[in-house]
Design a binder for this molecule. Structure first.
Ligand SMILES: *Cc1c(COP(=O)(O)O)cnc(C)c1O
Length: 378
């Protein structure tokens, strides 16, 4: 066997494509035949299907997940110096989107067990010197942040609740998905290829139960216009491509099944790694239906363990090695090392293992064996 055949990728996009190839190719051929590349029935169809899947009234497709967060904030009128409270251990896009909307990221630490936004820390951030107008939980790795407490906090402080749902398509908490937390709920998601619901390029969407936000978002993504050549506000060109909508419609039909297979794979890792000293397996927070976008263990001497896995042909990774406040691009927010100890410590320990719906038991056994050997040999 060549080294290549024993390689285990972090995600296997080819295996996912194989399951939808016939539908996707027929759909793309249909789009090519009409040359209607922007908008049209496939975009509207996907929006309706994804809204129904998520249990919210409205879905607005946009160009990517970062735009989805920015446009959600803009639709709510959160900008011009307003604070936006978010966890320190997110992908930079969450903070980037807030800055692009004119707002200021106000970071908060996460809980030690699940690494999700800690309502107590979020409350402290909301009470800080920057006047905040929105609370942005990040549903990290495929499970929702503690939404009951965060929603109560947002209501008590009269700030908007804007969910970063890029990593959790199909996840719920106490039966509710992103965007379903109250009649004015709003959530942003991403269809970057590696997400649970991934396009073949960039894509994103905003989910909301509110008709007014829905209309504002439709204008914002389309040059501030809902009627041709009438521009009521400053907008953007941030649409979901028709070809991406075709791909997403085909994949959405498999998403529930793929999430079941991800859950089974996560349970298998739990069983394989649960007794391995030095490896801390990830947990599921109360009330959550986890969709395992990422399976991230915590280990000592992470970089050494990561290198050993990569040398053995295992595509492990780190999501994310540097918290937002320690990124050069966000230096002017004025934070320092030590400000968010849980986020900082976890950034040095987390290690994402290969996990995708088509991963085999043999592949997982090999990952577990190499990981146990690496940690045992430290
Ligand atoms: C992927 C991701 C985004 C950004 O999505 P893009 O489509 O890449 O712009 C935002 N937040 C989180 C947590 C993500 O994982």
């Amino acid at each position: 066997m060549s080294a290549d055949q024993t390689r285990i990728p972090l995600v296997d996009l080819a295996a996912a494509h194989a399951e939808v190839a016939v539908e996707v190719e027929a759909g793309i051929a249909r789009v090519l035949a009409t040359c209607a590349f922007v908008g049209g029935p496939d975009v509207a169809g996907f929006e309706a299907e994804f809204a129904a899947f998520t249990g919210v009234a409205h879905c607005v497709g946009v160009a990517n997940g970062t735009d989805a967060i920015e446009l959600a904030l803009r639709a709510l009128g959160v900008g011009a110096g307003a604070g936006v409270v978010m966890p320190a251990n997110t992908f930079v896009a969450t903070a980037e989107a807030a800055v692009r909307a004119g707002a200021r990221p106000v970071l908060a630490d996460v809980d030690e067990e699940f690494l999700l936004l800690d309502p107590q820390r979020a409350a402290e951030a909301l009470a800080g010197p920057v006047e905040s107008r929105a609370l942005v939980p990040v549903h990290l790795n495929g499970q929702l942040a503690p939404m009951g407490a965060l929603r109560a906090l947002a209501e008590a402080r009269e700030v908007f609740l804007v969910e970063d749902a890029a990593q959790c398509q199909g996840a719920t908490q106490d039966g509710l998905g992103p965007g379903a937390w109250g009649p004015r709920g709003i959530a942003a998601t991403s269809f970057y290829p590696g997400k649970n619901l991934g396009a073949y390029g960039d894509g994103g969407a905003v989910l909301t139960g509110d008709e007014g936000y829905d209309l504002a978002l439709r204008e914002l993504r389309e040059h501030g216009s809902s009627r041709k050549y009438v521009h009521t506000r400053l907008g953007f060109n941030s649409r979901l491509d028709t070809i991406q909508a075709v791909v997403l419609r085909a994949k959405l039909r498999r998403l529930a099944d793929w999430n079941v297979r991800r859950r089974a794979a996560a349970a298998r890792y739990d069983a394989l790694l649960g007794g391995v000293e030095g490896v801390r397996t990830p947990g599921t927070a109360p009330g959550n239906e986890h969709v395992w976008h990422l399976y991230a263990v915590r280990v000592p001497e992470r970089d050494k363990v990561l290198a050993l896995l990569n040398e053995a042909g295992i595509g492990a990774g780190v999501h994310y090695p540097v918290p937002v406040h320690l990124q050069p691009a966000f230096r002017e927010l004025g934070y320092a090392r030590g400000d968010f100890p849980v986020a900082e410590r976890s950034a040095d320990e987390i290690l994402t293992l290969p996990l995708f719906p088509q991963i085999t038991a043999a592949q997982q056994e090999r990952v577990a064996e190499v990981l146990a050997g690496a940690v045992g040999g430290l």
